[in-house]
Write a protein that binds this ligand. Sequence first.
Ligand SMILES: [Ca+2]
Length: 330
Amino acid sequence: MASFVVPHRFCSLLWSVIITILGSASCLPLGDDSICRAAEFAKYSLVFTGKWSETTFPKQYPLYRPPAQWSSLLGATHSSDYYMWRKDEYASNGVREFSEKGEAWLLMKEIEAAGEKIQSVHGIFSASAIPSGVGQSSTELEVHSRHSLVSFMVRIVPSPDWFVGVSSLNLCEGDHWKEQVSFDLYPYDAGTDSGFTFSSPNFATIPQGTITEITASSPSHPANSFFYPRLKKLPPIATVTIVKLKSKHMYNPISEYDLTSTGNKINDSVSETPLDCEVSLWSSWGLCKGSCGNLGSKSRTRYIRLKPANSGAPCPSLEEEAECKPDNCV
Ligand SMILES: [Ca+2]
């Protein structure tokens, strides 16, 4: 468990001063979350569950150097004056560093700067990395009635610039805090690296693109690791559950990687994604072999580009023969 809260006593003090000077609170940042009338603070537990298995995502599933895994989780609780990342917007430098390399330092600096400058951030929270595609990590977070939104990201490892996360999720509902929220998570592309596959070499996207959701059909390119033309929708690659803590349970964190007690939960909805065989183009025909005066035979071959999985279409024949006139006869 590695969660902590950015001290913002200084910011609060600064705001008190500003409000006193202006003699009015009308300059307070207003947004969707400004109408939260719930109790001032609430604590939540957050459980992130990776569901990136070879059964569910058989295409190019990374088995080694490095095997499929999740980076540490980095998040913030904030007001609507800040956002960590947003679909169709450009990734900040911090979001780029985090989604390409899993380096959190710059993103944490950005979050802290937003907290100091416009008091839009209440706290930062983090959870441990998960060393496999399937597994759990958890942490706790605190929201405030003026900072009721939650955002976080987890990098997909290995990948060019792919991540999952939640953007500006409001835990406040009018006059109360939500008891529990759960979401299926799908992969996003940060728009900063043009690699198509999990293990593509670094290849900067110039000019930078916006953050987009990766689906079974977009980007529409057969080389893409998440391109599954037979699926209407990708299965969720992860889930997140955020549960409000009762005050008496506040210091009873859920243990990390506790797969034994929640194993059923993780495995209950493993979907088997069929993957059809893909083969290369045929090679050119080989020499025609045989004795002169008779018909000879020649052959050509092709190789498997993608092994089928989970009852996908099997591979067709990899070798073909044809009759021919032997080449060495005049
Ligand atoms: Ca990309």
